[in-house]
Design a binder for this molecule. Sequence first.
Ligand code: HEC
Length: 150
Amino acid sequence: MSERFTKAAARNIFYGGSIFFFVTFVALTGHTHFYIRTHSTDEATLTDSVARGKHVWEQNACINCHSLLGEGAYFAPELGNVWVRYGGRDDPQSAREALIAWMQSQPSGAEGRRQMPNFHLDDQQLNDLIDFLEFTSRVNTQNWPPNDAG
Ligand code: HEC
């Protein structure tokens, strides 16, 4: 029987396959970054206040209780869509005021209800945070998460 699958052939398949999939991986990674910047994110509205709001979000570890676009903890409501749920698309000013008032009035102390601590954020931090949540609501996630609860 002729030996058609030689050591050299095996080596070529190994190296060829590795290079092929490595190049594919790099190309897909590049495409993902390109897609995020051009399709998923509205870069023009990524303002300084949005960036500051993200810091407020991180410094206070909101993600320890909440999910954002489906990622995070499931103790408290999903917040990627909170801007839309509070009617921000139709009436941005009322949504902003309602969200700020809501955060300032926590904890509610309501019996049997999960509580959110008060973070004692100042006006600037609160507004930056809302800008961040508003920006997040515009991220094109291709309908992820599939329901309001994250
Ligand atoms: C210790 C857990 C915890 C942390 C940390 C936390 N939250 Fe909450 N949050 C809650 C709970 C619980 C609720 C729901 C309370 C209720 O419905 O009475 C809530 C509700 C909310 C709501 C209203 C959501 C809705 O659907 O009505 C907003 C907005 C919110 N949180 C923002 C934040 C932000 C911003 C941070 C970070 C600065 C944060 N939360 C950190 C527990 C937390």
